[in-house]
Design a protein around this ligand. Sequence first.
Ligand code: NAD
Ligand code: UFG
Length: 339
Amino acid sequence: MNILVTGGAGYIGSHTCIELVKAGYNIIVADNFVNSCMEAVNRTRKLCGINFPFVEIDFTDYEATDQLFDKYNIDTVMHFAGLKAVGESCKIPVEYYKNNLDSALSLLLAMKKHNVKNFIFSSSATVYGADAPIPYNESTPVSRCASSPYGNTKLMIEYILKDAVKAIPGFNAVLLRYFNPVGAHESGEIGEDPTGIPNNLMPYVAKVAVGKLDMIHIFGNDYDTPDGTCLRDYIHVVDLAKGHVAAINKIKEDCGLFVCNLGTGKGTSVLEMVKAFSKSCGKELPYEFAARRTGDLPAFWADPSYAKEQLGWVAKKGIQEMCDDVWHWQSKNPNGYSN
Ligand code: NAD
Ligand code: UFG
């Protein structure tokens, strides 16, 4: 099977390329580097042990997308490409809608023209409503409106894919709802490399550990949780990548629409993450409590039982391994890919 990996130079896409090649799939990797760089592709090629084709392309450009499908014989699209910063999406919502929706639509139109019928989509736990009971399972209703424009792009693309499955005979759409991906490849060669000051917890903590930032700010310690800080379902990016390989078997079964959480089923607090990371890097990391961050939910995690039942997939790596691998990557590459 030939798989087009859009956004394959990015954090989750690059780790997934490695697992896809390991599993024997042919990959065509494509990205416009809006949030990544060629060095990530070079390193991923090395880790894969093959010089897979790479195409620099902006998927909002329909003509270019169509030409890519002319050039390569593609069976399945694994769609990681997208803008993903929640805070930024509130500041420039229109750009987020344009990038994320236009990319998905270009791909779907080109797929239709070239009779490609398999789509695996990077969705998010953010599609579940703020009032959804915990743990989230796949029959938990999605929110009518997500808490950010970014989240709304995920909801809207989910709706588009659901309609495509209804209308296009033989069309398969797998919607994978990720929880909180962290960690890095065990080699320390690839990992998460956000530009500027990280918004997410793990990359921020890693930058404090490597001396690039002074202090961790923990947003809120008065939540109704065991230690007062928020709980999230952190999942190792390599486990997440393997979840994508497992999802291909659903495509092979001609699943039509298939929706699945990819999480561990365990909530971990911000304080527990900071302590685990301190252990990984061998020093107590400085932190202070700060005001709650607008829009944060106190706690959520996945019910992962459907993924186990349907995909035979279970996340295996624990919190300490996630932190160890982030530290390995960050300490080996204090400036990320721009060493
Ligand atoms: P990332 O930013 O590292 O990777 C996304 C890649 O897409 C980047 O390399 C970027 O350059 C590329 N891209 C963006 N717009 C593009 C366009 N128009 N054309 C071509 N390439 C484009 O992000 P990630 O963490 O690897 O996330 C991958 C996917 O998973 C995204 O769709 C994201 O929304 C989703 N997701 C991520 C998380 C998370 O916490 N990391 C959680 C849930 C869902
Ligand atoms: N946090 C801090 N300090 C920081 C950064 C984060 O205390 O400097 C806290 C947050 O308040 C939250 C927890 O750490 O309680 C996790 O925050 P992240 O920003 O790392 O992750 P979120 O759960 O807010 O959101 C992430 C992605 C979303 C995705 C969601 C899915 O950013 O895109 O996971 O579960 F939708």
